[in-house]
Design a protein around this ligand. Structure first.
Ligand code: CAA
Length: 286
């Protein structure tokens, strides 16, 4: 009775499109909101391309692809999420933007019992919760990239989050076929608190001329059986996202190891954001 049948997703970039895809494949009616008609169309294309790849790789049938697409709708008007029972926001990792979005969502979603979850990687959940009239129903739900592949979801209750919200969010994660771990509402939660300093150390190693990206990555892939080395992973996450997470962690803990290295800042300034821009530590075809 608690299962989610009408999901809203705000933002259809790397993470939002993955969340929307997974939910639609699990039989949920998904409405995706983007800021503009063009962004909504780009989001639709992203999800469709991923479903097409799934068919090519034999992960789903043509029929399942059609069914998933039929469950997805796209809008550039947040008011279209009025009837949603659960909404996940996955907009850019920027505190002001996220606060603005959650505030607007709080007004748009009619059911006062509906849950507003944020996919933030590092912004305090409580800051978003207190920006709404329903702080008991705001929670962190942190997915991992690529969302269709990674099985983990971190669930982050703020000090204000109700127990029932935590229980329903765990249930929703299970509905998506994910496994949940509960994390504290501190910048970085559990996974990024460990991952980001490691990734930044790899950037510093390149910056200091300590080793080439290929050698660092091969070292961790072959020596430690990581599916990809730290610089390839940074390219996958997006360098600007990694920088934003590092900045939030540095602001909270003032630990030098969380400070984004100059090379990372320069690459972001140059637009070398990783796979999404075609160039990061490596160059990508298309
Ligand atoms: N959508 C759906 N499926 C995908 C996919 C996508 N975008 N990308 C890859 N896959 C699937 C493939 O279909 C394939 O499935 P099978 O093995 O069943 O055939 C499998 O994943 C492996 O894919 P590939 O063979 O193409 O490539 P790979 O073996 O090099 O794996 C990878 C790619 C899945 C990305 C793998 O390298 C990996 O898991 N890397 C680590 C990623 C990681 O650490 N993510 C967490 C980042 S941190 C984060 O997201 C949080 C944050 O806040 C920053």
């Amino acid at each position: 009775m608690d299962s989610v049948t009408r999901l809203g997703v705000v933002g259809c970039g790397l993470m939002g499109s993955g969340i929307a895809e997974v939910a639609a494949r699990e039989g949920i009616d998904v409405r995706v909101a983007e800021a503009t008609p063009d962004a909504a169309e780009a989001g639709r294309r992203r999800v469709t391309d991923s479903l097409d790849r799934g068919v090519k790789r034999g992960k789903l049938t043509e029929e399942q692809r059609e069914q998933a697409l039929a469950r997805l709708s796209f809008t550039h008007y947040l008011g279209d999420l009025a009837d949603r029972q659960f909404v996940v926001e996955a907009v850019a990792e920027n505190r002001d933007i996220k606060i603005e979005v959650i505030r607007a969502l709080d007004k748009a979603v009619e059911d006062p019992g509906a849950i507003l979850a944020t996919n933030t990687s590092s912004i305090p959940i409580v800051d978003l919760a207190v920006a709404t009239e329903r702080p008991g129903q705001v929670i962190g739900m942190h997915f991992f990239n690529p969302v269709p592949v990674q099985r983990l979801v971190e669930i982050i209750p703020a000090l204000t989050t109700g127990d029932d919200t935590v229980r329903r969010t765990r249930g929703f994660a299970e509905q998506l076929g994910k496994q949940a771990v509960q994390a504290p509402d501190r910048a970085g939660f559990v996974v990024n608190a460990l991952l980001i300093p490691y990734l930044l150390s790899a950037v510093r190693m390149v910056e200091s001329g300590g080793a080439r990206p290929e050698d660092i990555d091969r070292g961790m892939e072959l020596g430690c059986a990581h599916p990809m080395g730290p610089l390839r992973l940074l390219d996958l996450i997006g360098l600007e996202t990694a920088q934003a997470i590092a900045e939030s962690m540095h602001e909270e803990f003032k630990e030098p190891l969380y400070a984004p290295p100059a090379l990372l800042r320069r690459m972001v300034a140059a637009g070398h954001l990783g796979r999404k821009s075609g160039r990061g530590f490596y160059i990508y075809d298309s």
